[in-house]
Design a protein around this ligand. Structure first.
Ligand code: ATP
Ligand code: 3PG
Length: 525
């Protein structure tokens, strides 16, 4: 399968190329809290600039309601882009109106203009096909070609993503090519041993990933809130720990499947059980099959994997050549329950091979992190892009279907995959540890957050109730996924929930290049 890459567009000199980026950065008081997504867009933009194209950058930012809203303006992003590119970048005060038309008409070869937020136009996210088509036609009038490079948004059936790709010659950008390449490395002949580490709270979200990866992996390590559904499936009492009753049978099926396939399923042998769900709850470590025997009895809540388990997990990770990690091992937002997650993060930096971190709430970013405790001990660091489990699942679903990668990145010639319901997340209740941890932290007044822009605030803040999420995105609630993406910093970490402290933690790791992917030449697919 060949991905339509930039070179398929032919000579771009003097051509007006619209680049659909995902510049949905976190903003705090109008200031970009993390410019990872802007940086991630640079390779494609530079390639187009060097090719003499007239570059028209468009993106959404946050979820305005289809009309201009200054707090979601892309202007700060245009400024940052200008700094990073080291050249002037024009900014159009609308998306397809007079300002945009003038700005586009004025670009010189190799010049760049950023259009105002796509979602200031109701047509971008409209549920009505005709409305989206009509807005896409207005966008198309501005350009000669489209480059789709916003990995975090390629699954959205929105005008600039889907309809526009059908109106203009289109190709995937370098960011998408790189992200797909790393995902490919997780699925096509991964170096062995291959270990997948799953945690977090959304068992149902990750099950799809498990079912795809079980035939491929050597080891599956399960921690986080989801471990209790596994323990319960094996017949252990889990007191008041997070448990998805309705997933018990499915999980039993996976356990049996893993055994049959010879996949080493590693469940924690000890668990940190707390008296309640709060940062300062009393807690003790107990055997994983004796959770109800903790001092807290049936009201105990497992909030982290225990030290023995953390050591075993770390050993298994270090001993692997390919590691995919999605979801924290415990309620890492509370320092007392962050040890398991830290141990896994540290071990990942020591992998001599490919390490990929995924997740909407990259545990490397938690505010309670002491970044100095994590550093790369190797000269051949692990790699790492990141995606939410749902994004990975979408990709894996897609891989196993007969759909083309061009459809996956919405350079569609045929039906969009979303039409077949394959790209969106399943709905799920806005529950889970993250939300509870959020609430608890907020209640304590320990962190204040504000969600402005997609990556803004902290993870749970982005978790709109499904109806609202669907509504704002102009999509069928049944298909609406909770956000997540392969957004990238250094081509890597998705930082949805980034505040100042988390950012520092992640940065420390990136600065050590501990989690940076080795350069992978895009392959033929
Ligand atoms: N034992 C636990 N009990 C309750 N919540 C937990 C537990 N362990 C981890 N969590 C919570 O899981 C949350 C993250 O779960 P989630 O499934 O969203 O992971 P993620 O990596 O962000 O997922 P995605 O890949 O979908 O983006 C964290 O906020 C953490 O507090
Ligand atoms: O942050 C993201 O996940 C992407 O930018 C998509 O944003 P959305 O969830 O608002 O469509």
């Amino acid at each position: 399968m060949t991905l339509r890459t930039l070179d398929t567009l032919g000579s771009l000199e003097g051509k007006r190329v619209i680049v659909r980026c995902d510049l949905n950065v976190p903003l705090r008081d109008g200031v970009i809290a993390d410019d990872g997504r802007v940086r991630a867009s640079l390779p494609t933009l530079n390639a187009l600039i060097n090719a003499g194209a007239r570059v028209i950058v468009c993106s959404h930012l946050g979820r305005p309601n289809g009309s201009p809203d200054p707090q979601y303006s892309l202007e700060p992003v245009a400024q940052r882009l200008s700094e990073l590119l080291g050249k002037p970048v024009a900014f159009a005060r609308d998306t397809v109106g007079e300002s945009a038309q003038h700005a586009v008409a004025a670009i010189e070869d190799g010049g760049v203009v950023v259009l105002e937020n796509l979602r200031f136009n109701a047509g971008e996210t409209a549920k009505d096909d005709a409305a989206r088509k009509s807005f896409a036609a207005e966008l198309a009038a501005l350009g000669d070609a489209l480059v789709s490079d916003g990995f975090g948004v390629v699954h959205r059936k929105q005008a600039s993503v889907y309809e526009l790709a059908q109106l203009l010659p289109s190709a995937a950008g370098l960011l998408i090519a790189t992200e797909l390449d790393v995902l490919d490395r997780l699925t096509e002949n991964p170096e062995r041993p291959y270990t997948v580490v799953l945690g977090g709270s959304k068992v149902s979200d990750k099950l799809g990933v498990i079912s795809h990866l079980l035939p491929r992996v050597d080891r599956l390590l399960v921690g986080g809130g989801m471990l209790f559904t596994f323990l319960a499936a094996e017949g252990h009492a889990v007191a008041s720990s997070l448990l998805e009753q309705d997933q018990l049978d499915t999980v039993r099926g996976y356990i049996a499947d893993a055994r049959e396939r010879g996949v080493e399923l590693v469940l924690p042998t000890d668990v940190v059980v707390a008296s309640g769900f709060s940062a300062d709850a009393s807690h003790e470590t107990v055997a994983a099959d004796a959770i109800e025997q903790s001092a807290f009895g049936a009201s105990g809540i497992g909030l982290d994997i225990g030290p023995d388990s953390a050591a075993r997990f770390a050993e298994a990770i270090r001993d692997s050549k390919t590691v995919f990690w999605n979801g924290p091992m415990g309620v890492f937002e509370f320092p007392a329950f962050a040890s398991g997650t830290k141990a896994v993060a540290q071990a990942l930096t020591e992998v001599d091979g490919l390490g990929v971190v995924g997740g909407e709430t990259p545990p490397l970013q938690c505010a309670s992190w002491d970044s100095r405790t994590i550093s790369s001990g190797t000269s051949r660091p692990a790699a790492v892009p990141a995606s939410s489990s749902s994004r990975v699942r979408s990709y894996l679903d897609w891989r196993s279907s007969d759909g083309s990668l061009n459809e996956f990145v919405c350079c569609a010639e045929q039906a969009h995959p979303a039409d077949r319901g394959e790209l969106e997340d399943e709905p799920r209740p806005p529950a889970g540890g993250g939300d509870r941890a959020e609430a608890a932290l907020d209640a304590e007044g320990r962190r204040s957050r504000q969600r402005i822009g997609g990556g803004g605030g902290v993870p749970a803040v982005h978790r709109h109730p499904l109806g609202a999420d669907a509504d704002r995105c102009g999509q069928d609630p049944v298909r609406t996924r909770l956000a997540g993406c392969l957004g990238a910093r250094f081509g890597c970490i998705h930082r949805r929930g980034v505040g100042s402290l988390p950012r520092e933690a992640g940065r420390a790791i990136c600065d050590h290049r501990a989690l940076r992917a080795p350069r992978v030449p895009p392959r033929e697919r």
